[in-house]
Design a protein around this ligand. Structure first.
Ligand code: NAD
Length: 497
């Protein structure tokens, strides 16, 4: 059985714990590997090595750090097929989608290559007579990332390239469901010339996470995952005096206006609801049909959902792969059962889908519910599977209220041809990322990613300018040289007279 270990101080190591967890190939349902789960001692060792590496790494000129990151970028490009196959083999999503997610991560690496420019501070000459003032951003120390299963390459890559470009060292704790990708990325970074200890990967479960949260040598924690765990991370990281950003779950609404290009909206929704089998934090899981568009929207969607091609991620014909684990499949199916019990109309039922030859894989077909209501649990809770709920509302204002009243605030979009409606929506909606005729408005690497409400605990979004701010602290220096204007002792606040 393949054993997935940790990556500490430039080496793959087994760690001291005997605890392991199973990793599956979701396409076949077979176990593919065993992953070591770190003990507190393993985590502490990784943090210690990262702390030692920080001393030299933070002193390296940003341009030298950028050169290593640039080499890492080249190695990812060279190895993109292998990394993509690793994602498919442990997550299950289709090859081209996995490749796309790797490229979105790579774009953050490209952004981080510009670190000499991004770390430039601000300077003011003569804030007082012969007095100058400037500000610089300095690294924090050892930073940690805790990431979810659904983007085993992209989400970690939202974090560590920027953290390390800023001069920090990093300990990553990826999801134990698909851990191989992170180890591969660490090996490529070493090949790119990264000094040992700057980037470490610890595989593990709650025990490893708790060890990170309580380790006094960790300055900042970045988390992406479900809302209950995000809240736990936020509270405990703060309690242990760490900087923290904790991104949580979502229930993204797509508002479909009666004046929209329906074909465009339906195609957008198909990709956004069923792409990656709905296991995306930016998946559209609710379509809000406004006014008379409801019937035609449901009819057009139903035909396309019924004809979705479901199969293994490496089969070029597949449009949707399996879910990540058997437990997750059972959970998603139980939500579909619940929707039926709650009185929603199940227009397309994918519960019995079993691709030929892959009967043991973790598959479910696309599911479509109509007449979903606000009080239903299938509306309120994140299902994280290929289940789209249609809620019908009478007008634009009702759609706006519906989206704003939901506890999550990650992403949303609107389909309309009316610029006025689009602008009002963007202005009034209480959501972090908004699309106008764009189904999944994920910001590019040089903007920042993050939600509102219970989709993000903390102040800073991820990557882009917010990433630079999160991974650095500001220092402002005010100076005067002895040759400047002499002054007598002053006992009052100096002001500009
Ligand atoms: P999860 O919350 O179960 O796990 C995330 C991480 O936390 C993993 O590394 C896991 O090992 C760890 N963890 C799990 N339980 C823990 C516990 N009790 N104590 C400490 N650590 C624990 O999430 P998941 O199932 O891996 O991923 C899916 C979730 O992530 C969805 O809710 C999805 O919306 C969310 N997500 C959000 C974003 C975003 O940007 N907001 C992006 C991707 C995924």
């Amino acid at each position: 059985m393949n054993l997935i270990q940790h990556f500490i101080n430039g080496k793959v190591v087994g760690g001291s714990s005997r605890k392991t967890s199973k990793v599956f190939n979701p396409a076949t349902g077979e176990q593919s590997s065993e992953v070591n789960l770190a003990s507190k001692a393993d985590v502490d060792l990784a943090v210690q090595k990262a702390k030692e590496a920080f001393t030299d790494w933070c002193r390296k000129p940003p341009a030298q750090r950028a050169r290593i990151i640039f080499k890492f970028k080249e190695l990812i490009e060279k190895n993109s097929d292998d990394i993509t196959k690793l994602i498919v083999s442990e997550h299950g999503k289709i090859y081209e989608d996995a490749r796309g997610s790797l490229i979105r991560g790579l774009e953050v690496v490209e952004f981080a290559c510009g670190i000499p420019h991004l770390l430039k501070g601000e300077f003011t000459e003569n804030v007082g007579t012969d007095v100058d003032s400037w500000s610089v951003r300095q690294p924090l120390g050892v930073c940690a990332g805790i990431t979810p299963f659904n983007f085993p390459a992209m989400v970690p890559m939202w974090m560590f390239p920027i953290a390390m470009a800023c001069g920090n060292t990093f300990v990553l704790k990826p999801s134990e469901k698909d851990p191989s990708c992170s180890i591969k990325l660490a090996q490529l970074f070493k090949e790119a010339g990264l000094p040992d200890g700057v980037f470490n990967v610890i595989n593990g479960d709650k025990e490893a996470v708790d060890a990170l949260l309580t380790n006094k040598d960790i300055s900042a924690i970045s988390f992406v995952g479900s809302t209950p765990i995000a809240k736990y991370i936020y509270e405990n990281a703060a309690k242990n005096e760490k900087r923290v950003q904790a991104l949580g779950g979502a229930k993204n609404h797509c508002v479909v206006m009666p004046d929209c290009d329906l074909e465009q909206a339906v195609n957008g929704l198909m990709g956004a609801a069923y792409g990656s089998a709905g296991e995306r934090c930016m998946a559209q899981s609710v379509a809000v049909a406004v006014g008379k568009i409801g019937d035609s929207l449901v009819n057009k969607l139903a035909k396309k959902v019924e004809s979705l091609k479901i199969g293994p991620g490496l089969d070029k014909n597949s449009e949707m792969g399996p879910l990540v684990t058997k437990e997750h499949l059972e959970k998603v199916k139980s939500y579909v059962d619940l929707g039926v019990q709650e009185g929603a109309k199940l227009v397309v039922d994918g519960r019995n889908t079993k691709p030929h030859g892959y009967e043991k894989g973790f598959y479910i077909g696309g599911c479509l519910f109509d007449n979903v209501e606000k009080k239903m649990r299938i509306y309120k809770e994140e299902i994280f599977g290929p289940v789209l709920s249609i809620v019908r509302v009478k007008d634009f204002e009702s759609a706006l209220d519906l989206v704003n009243e939901h506890e999550f605030g990650n992403g949303t979009s609107i389909y309309t041809r009316d610029g006025d409606v689009g602008r009002t929506f963007a202005n009034k909606i209480k959501i972090g990322m908004v699309g106008i005729n764009i189904p999944i408005p994920v910001p590019v690497a040089y903007h920042s990613f993050g939600g509102w409400k219970r989709s993000l605990f903390g102040d800073q979004h991820m990557h882009g300018p917010e990433g630079i701010r999160f991974y650095t602290k500001l220092k402002t220096i005010t100076s005067k040289w002895p040759s400047g204007l002499r002054s007598n002792p002053e006992f009052v606040m100096p002001t500009m007279k």
